[in-house]
Design a binder for this molecule. Structure first.
Ligand code: F0G
Length: 445
């Protein structure tokens, strides 16, 4: 069955394999899938990736995703041939990942109390649809085209739907988006309309919308582009690739993400596992995941706040009963995820088990922050001239918290991923009109 690229279940005592043309998001036994490659890429590609930053007219070199195409060559094409790339790879004219790289942000460094040289922040909001999703969506829609899918389907707290809608429109395929009614930022909703996606309003939260969209995709042969799609995870590997490349592949001590459905955590873990296996990095950065306090499934389970047991990857055999009991407990108590950072208002993170693997490999940590801490994080990023949304504000807020408690050391090198751009126009206005907020600058009259 195996070609150069294939799909393999992540379950240690399952390990089922499928051809790359499979469109399933889990194996027969319900485990998530990885894209696997048989060949080990040569480290000399580092030079090639660098040279492509002078794109010489190729949008596949301009693209911050496809610049690294040898490391996600699931189409199994000749990556040197422009024509083969153009036939197979989906790109918004090279725009995905093009502007994303890590920057120093002095005001944020002062806020979190680390040296300015020690802190890097990578604004993924400067992608064409305004979030990190474009990294993964370019890859997922590439696979959708490979299998001749005519309609892509997703559930979304807003950014996935914006990204899916944008690529679908550009490629001339249909796109259905399931959104939790009334619970997504207005700017995100308007993008889905603008790109001509078919909106399906779900009376419930994101978890309900995801369940419904997965069901519907199965029934009607829709192609799911949520982060349970293993090709999404492949595209999002390029986020840490860009960070590492800008740091001359000298791995930082930490990579920090907000945690929602945990696709980013999973993809960063996979990227680091592969790079380490190939000998491209010697040091393994630790992943820190920052949940919102009101949507803290991973933080609760990982830190032993439910039934006193710390949920771990456990060599591929995590205690799935504990996860089930946690969800039943939430249901019994009527607890629904609740945070103003609607992007990460998620109670049942679909990539939880993959994220546990990533945390295990990187000796990762998980914590949670309050809404007001996220808003301060969002505001202080703005004071450096960069824009981000509230969920991304979890990153500075989480770094601050982890430094204060001594987990991140003051001389550590930290890369934080600012996942999305502000799409809730009134949020900063409201923040700055309230003088009790830490960075508020109320208007004069
Ligand atoms: N930050 C932003 C801005 C997001 O939109 C999301 C997820 C996350 C962080 C969480 O990332 O799922 O990889 O842990 N948004 C999804 C959506 C759920 O539908 O747009 P994750």
């Amino acid at each position: 069955m195996q070609e150069n690229a294939y799909l393999k279940c992540i379950g240690m005592d399952c390990g089922l394999e499928y051809p790359i043309s499979a469109t399933r998001v889990e194996c027969e036994n319900g485990h998530l899938l990885d894209v696997k490659y048989k060949e080990k890429p040569s480290e000399s590609l580092k030079e090639k990736f660098l040279s492509r930053r002078n794109p010489e007219g190729s949008i596949f070199n301009e693209s911050g995703v496809w610049r690294f195409r040898e490391l996600l060559n699931f189409c199994q094409i000749d990556t040197e041939s422009f024509d083969e790339c153009a036939k197979s790879l989906v790109s918004l004219d090279g725009a995905e990942g093009r502007q994303s790289k890590p920057y120093h942000m002095s005001k944020v460094a002062d806020f979190v109390q680390i040296s300015q040289e020690g802190l890097w922040l990578q604004p993924e909001g400067y992608n064409p649809s305004g979030s990190f999703k474009d990294n993964g969506m370019a890859a997922a829609v590439t696979h959708a085209k490979l299998v001749n899918a005519k309609r892509i389907v997703c559930a979304s707290t807003g950014n996935t739907s914006a990204s899916a809608g944008m690529y679908a429109a550009n490629e001339g395929i249909e796109c259905d988006v399931y959104i939790p009614s009334g619970q997504i930022a207005p700017g995100k909703l308007s993008q889905a309309y603008q790109f001509g996606a078919q909106i399906v309003e779900v009376d419930g939260n994101f978890d309900d919308a995801l369940a419904k969209s997965l069901d519907e995709a199965k029934q009607s042969n829709g192609y799911t582009v949520n982060s349970v799609n293993p090709f999404r995870i492949e595209g999002q590997k390029t986020i840490p690739y860009r960070s590492l490349e800008y740091l001359n592949w000298d791995a930082p001590d930490w990579i920090v993400y907000p945690g929602g459905a945990l696709g980013n955590t999973s993809s960063c873990g996979k990227a680091l596992m592969e790079l380490h296996e190939w000998g491209w990095i010697k040091k393994i950065p630790r992943i820190a995941v920052i949940n919102a306090e009101g949507a803290s499934t991973l933080s609760d389970l990982y830190n032993g706040k439910f039934n006193g047991e710390e949920l771990r990857w456990n060599k591929g055999k995590p205690n799935t009963e504990l996860i089930k009991n946690y969800y039943s407990d939430l249901d019994e108590k009527g607890i629904r995820p609740k945070t103003k950072a609607t992007a990460i208002q998620i109670g049942r993170p679909a990539n939880l088990v993959k994220a546990l693997r990533a945390l295990d490999f990187t000796n990762g940590v998980v914590t949670s922050v309050s809404d007001s801490e996220m808003l301060d994080g969002m505001a202080v990023v703005g004071l450096n001239g960069f824009d981000c949304e509230m969920a991304s504000g979890a990153v500075p807020a989480g770094i601050k918290k982890l430094i204060e408690e001594g987990t991140i050391k003051k001389d550590d090198v930290v890369v934080g991923i600012l996942t999305g751009r502000q799409k809730d126009a009134m949020l900063p206005v409201d923040y700055h009109n309230n003088p009790s907020n830490r960075f508020a600058r109320p208007p004069k009259n």
